[in-house]
Design a binder for this molecule. Structure first.
Ligand SMILES: [Zn+2]
Length: 144
């Protein structure tokens, strides 16, 4: 864990901070068909086409199940490899992509069905113009 920034910024639109400055995920759920979305500014449901206030905001669970993952061994300059890029079905939705940490780099270590939890941490040391850090979400195996 890096040093705590004074005014952290969300690295993604689906990350928000509570009054105490603690990060959490935010999402939308369709009250008509139940579809969930991590992008929280939709005006219509992509599944049923519902509009006009059919989408309600909610805070997703911080635990979920690994849907799929790949081991990334080549990256842009400045991106440390290898890392594991994962797609996770959060309990109750939505499905979210992110980096899976604290796992081995054997395909057996990242098999679909692995239970994971969401953690928030500094986003690779990046800073905005005012020097504020960015906070990103990461997945880690759920402790037994
Ligand atoms: Zn819908």
């Amino acid at each position: 864990m890096s040093t705590a920034p004074d005014s952290p910024r969300p690295a993604f639109a689906f990350i928000a901070f509570d009054a105490a400055g603690q990060p959490h995920l935010k999402a939308q759920r369709c009250t008509s068909c139940g579809a969930t979305y991590a992008d929280s500014e939709r005006i219509a449901c992509g599944r049923c086409g519902g509009r006009a206030n059919v989408l309600e905001a909610f805070t997703p669970a911080r635990e979920g199940t690994l849907h799929s993952a790949v081991i990334v061994r080549r990256g842009f300059p400045g991106i440390e490899v290898p890392f594991v890029s994962a797609v996770v079905d959060l309990d109750g939705g939505p499905t979210l992509k992110g980096t899976l940490r604290n796992v081995g780099l054997d395909p057996a270590d990242i098999a679909p069905g692995l239970r994971v939890q969401v953690r928030f941490d500094d986003a690779l040391g990046r800073r905005d113009k005012e020097g504020n850090a960015y906070v990103a979400h990461y997945f880690e195996p759920l402790s037994a």
